[in-house]
Write a protein that binds this ligand. Structure first.
Ligand SMILES: *[C@@H]1O[C@H](CO)[C@@H](O)[C@H](O)[C@H]1NC(C)=O
Ligand SMILES: *[C@@H]1O[C@H](CO)[C@@H](O)[C@H](O)[C@H]1NC(C)=O
Ligand SMILES: *[C@@H]1O[C@H](CO)[C@@H](O)[C@H](O)[C@H]1NC(C)=O
Ligand SMILES: *[C@@H]1O[C@H](CO)[C@@H](O)[C@H](O)[C@H]1NC(C)=O
Length: 297
């Protein structure tokens, strides 16, 4: 009778308050928050136990155990409070690097000098796809009107996702692409989408792919420009043409202006000598013949 009474009394003196649901992200830190709320002041914590409850055949896993000043920690799990001690009522658990396998039900149990309390928390873990990487076959020097295979790959989602394709004018090419999804060793998925551009031309060079999660939310995007060969060569040969034309034009212009200058000088002197001759002699025909000579030159 006395024992029964004291258990009820002790339980009533301490409460454990935790948020009941958490959503973690793969590869990130996460705190499962639990605070001991004593009814009386000056409470000392004697034990703290955090465990993940075994689903089906799996046994419970002790993640953190504090008992009379001694701690036992599983790597990846620790008190969220960096310098936690028995007077600290914040017994939150820190997951330093959340993994897919961490999802499940958690139990926190605290014993104090005035009573015992337990609470359970459920944790789900999600993972996002990374920004996709793109590549093509062939990679470079692609000729006009040849088929080009473009890949769009991404990893890291916690469920199979989707990959959509668009050209630079916004046309949706997703129906022409082929998607392969695989589950990796860490429980995450890898996506590889293959899109073949038939008879690729340099008027459509830029293709964009978008990665979406299973709910249709966009998680990443990348663009790829097909590396055509003919276009580059076209620009180079145009440039060469301009260079060779200027090379050829410069001497022609120089020689041309020299000739014109010489002719002008010649004309000037011959006019003057002709005038002098006209003034001096009575043979106007001579000057005529000079002018005719110049014209024929
Ligand atoms: C418990 O401690 C953690 C880590 O320091 C902190 O993030 C959290 O806010 C604390 N909870 C409360 C209710 O003070
Ligand atoms: C994408 O995946 C395909 C098929 O696995 C591979 O051939 C290609 O090289 C990958 N591309 C990139 C950029 O990772
Ligand atoms: C693109 O095409 C796919 C496959 O037909 C379709 O499911 C998706 O809704 C389209 N996306 C847009 C933005 O039009
Ligand atoms: C390709 O198209 C995308 C989307 O329209 C754009 O964001 C990107 O800047 C373009 N890339 C190049 C090299 O033009």
């Amino acid at each position: 009778m006395y024992i029964f009474f004291s258990v009820i009394l002790l339980t009533a003196f301490v409460k454990l308050e935790c948020k009941t649901e958490y959503h973690g992200v793969y590869g990130q830190q996460l705190i499962l928050g639990c605070i001991v709320k004593p009814v009386v002041v000056d409470v000392t914590i004697i034990t703290v136990t955090w465990k993940r409850m075994g689903a089906a055949a799996k046994a419970d896993a002790n993640l953190l155990e504090y008992h009379k000043e001694k701690r036992e920690l599983t790597p990846g799990f620790t008190f969220a409070e960096p310098s936690w001690n028995k007077k600290n009522m914040n017994v939150s658990l820190l997951l330093t690097n959340t993994k897919m396998a961490d999802k499940g039900e958690y139990e926190c149990m605290v014993t104090t000098d005035v009573g015992i309390a337990t609470a359970t928390i459920s944790l789900s873990v999600t993972a996002k796809y990374k920004t996709p990487t793109m590549s093509s076959i062939p990679e470079t020097n692609i000729k006009e009107n040849t088929d080009v295979t473009i890949f769009c790959n991404s990893t890291g989602g916690h469920q199979t996702g989707l990959i959509w394709w668009f050209d630079e004018f916004g046309t949706n090419w997703t129906r022409s692409a082929e998607l392969v999804a695989k589950e990796m060793d860490n429980g995450l998925f890898s996506l590889s989408s293959k899109f073949i551009v038939l008879k690729a031309t340099s008027s459509y060079t830029n293709y964009t792919c978008k990665v979406l999660n299973v709910n249709g939310a966009e998680e990443g995007m990348a663009s790829f420009v097909i590396q055509f060969a003919s276009r580059d060569l076209g620009i180079k040969s145009d440039h060469l043409d301009i260079v060779s034309t200027t090379k050829w034009l410069t001497p022609v212009a120089v020689i041309g202006s020299l000739i014109i200058g010489l002719l002008a000088a010649l004309l000037f002197f011959k006019r003057r000598s002709a005038q002098r001759a006209r003034r001096q002699s009575t043979f106007p025909l001579m000057s005529m013949s000079f002018n005719i000579q110049y014209m024929s030159f």
